[in-house]
Design a binder for this molecule. Structure first.
Ligand SMILES: Cc1cc2nc3c(=O)[nH]c(=O)nc-3n(C[C@H](O)[C@H](O)[C@H](O)COP(=O)(O)OP(=O)(O)OC[C@H]3O[C@@H](n4cnc5c(N)ncnc54)[C@H](O)[C@@H]3O)c2cc1C
Ligand code: SF4
Length: 437
């Protein structure tokens, strides 16, 4: 082989093959981005990220792709026809790495969209609301991320300590509502300054993190917990983080009441009276660290109190060997059905939806669900509503009357309620943001 042939082979191996592979992968990503973008567009105005998220100025974007590479989440931002697009807004958690990575400043972080506003509580620099003594920290204030929640919780607690607002007539010096990162950090700061506190949580101690998918790698950044210490790790698994929360709880002897959903906060002579259905206490300071995921909406039918009724699915294992009924017609309901079908261990999977067609779900999710229904892996009861739940059955009502299904587990996926009504009832001022910072 002569030298020029060898140079040609070298060129093809070193330059042409990697270049073609790169172009092919770019083309594939662009196609995927187009599909995801169309998919989201089909849902229209319904898709509003819950916290700060990127808005891309198309006229400035040069399509460098720096933001898509910098984003730590999966397929949230993608290049579509040469421009960055937010193809999966609901998975954006507001890291802001995209903004920092963009070389031409085409990205800004905003709340809400141009057509759908997001209502946020107005707070001062100490996170105190328009009601003296009530503070809002963490994602409920609009700012996502664990480290922001921890820092805001600490700052609000320090403001309470500085203000010296304590009471001899109230049950506690402060009540912290919500045991996610913001509530945990606020509680740590208050306890380490000798404040008498109570933490109340509607679900389980730990907050949204408890509901992350198994083994999710969490971009936590360095975390600084008042009175507990620093955690110097950029990332950790969901399980490591849950272990850390549990260690904090044990070492600091946190007074947590789990399973108490706060429904009312009212002014009294002893400060603020904070109440759930079965609990009531007073304090001059209240820290609301409720997050923005809301409380799961309930069906309000007989039998809903049974242990077999679930509102979240983290893993499919508990539903193995069971006849499962999913109630709802959105993405969350479909995702549950798909996850259980993929696991392949349930005795039967059924889905009941009050409308005649699945309309409120992303195109790709709908297609996957329809394939499972057509293949007989999921039974669809369209145009039906649950009437009552018993130990071994669920009664549904359709246009031909009532009928019972054999059932071991019910998963309710009919959305959630944001705590804005609670905030309004206390007189906390809210502002609506339309694609603004
Ligand atoms: C899938 C996913 C991945 C994420 N990945 C990351 C990541 O890698 N890095 C990162 O920094 N952030 C990530 N986030 C965002 C992060 O989880 C949140 O920003 C953070 O948990 C907010 O903390 P918080 O304390 O404000 O609220 P939450 O963690 O949501 O906690 C609020 C708590 O309040 C409770 N509560 C609500 N209402 C009431 C009531 N009325 N009465 C009593 N209790 C109530 C809730 O049950 C909940 O436990 C992710 C989010 C999701 C969903
Ligand atoms: S804000 Fe974060 S999650 Fe959202 S697109 Fe940017 S880097 Fe990704």
């Amino acid at each position: 082989m002569d030298t020029s042939t060898l140079i040609l082979i070298g060129l093809v191996t070193v330059v042409l093959i990697p270049w073609s592979l790169w172009k092919w992968s770019d083309h594939r990503k662009n196609k995927l981005g187009q599909t995801l973008h169309r998919d989201i567009a089909a849902l229209g105005d319904d898709v509003v990220p819950i916290s700060l998220h990127p808005e891309v100025k198309l006229e400035t974007c040069i399509g460098s792709g720096a933001c898509t590479r910098a984003c730590p989440e999966h397929e949230v931002l993608m290049l579509v026809d040469g421009h960055a697009k937010l193809v999966n807004p609901l998975s954006c958690v507001g890291h802001g790495e995209c903004l920092r990575a963009c070389p031409v400043g085409a990205i800004s972080l905003v709340f809400g969209t141009a057509t759908r506003g997001v209502e946020l509580p107005r707070v001062n620099t100490n996170f105190e609301t328009s009601q003296q003594g009530i503070y809002i920290v963490g994602e409920l204030g609009g700012m996502g991320l664990i480290r922001n929640a921890i820092e805001q919780g600490r700052q609000a607690a320090m403001a309470i300590i500085k203000a010296g607002r304590r009471s001899v007539v109230a049950d506690y010096d402060a009540i912290v509502v919500g045991a996610g990162p913001a509530g945990i950090s606020a509680s740590l700061a208050l306890i380490s300054h000798g404040m008498r506190i109570q933490i109340v949580e509607q679900g389980l101690y730990g907050g949204t993190i408890r509901h992350y998918p198994r083994a999710k790698i969490v971009m936590s950044g360095n975390l600084d917990f008042p009175g507990y210490g620093k955690v110097r790790r950029q990332t950790m698994s969901k399980e490591d983080l849950v272990e850390l929360w549990d260690d904090i709880r044990e070492r600091m002897q946190f007074p947590v009441r789990e399973g108490e959903k706060i429904e009312r906060i009212a002014k009294t002579d002893a400060g603020w009276a904070v109440s759930s259905a079965g609990w009531n206490s007073t304090a001059p300071n209240v820290i609301l660290a409720l997050g923005r995921r809301g409380a799961p909406r309930e069906l309000g039918i007989p039998g809903e109190e049974l242990n077999k009724v679930h509102y979240r699915v983290i893993e499919p294992e508990p539903f193995a060997d069971k006849h499962v009924l999913i109630i709802g017609g959105g993405n969350a309901a479909a995702d549950c059905a798909i996850a259980l079908a993929d696991a392949g261990a349930s005795k039967s999977i059924s889905i009941s939806y009050r409308k005649q067609e699945f309309m409120r779900m992303r195109l790709s999710v709908r297609q996957r669900l329809m394939t499972l229904i057509e293949g007989g892996q999921v039974n669809a009861y369209l145009g039906t509503e649950p009437v009552s739940i018993a130990e071994t059955t669920v009664t549904l009502k359709g246009n031909k009357g009532e009928f019972a299904l054999v059932n071991d587990a019910v998963i309710v996926q009919i959305g959630g309620t944001l705590p804005n009504d609670l905030l309004r009832s206390v007189g906390i001022e809210l502002v609506e943001k339309f694609a603004e910072a």
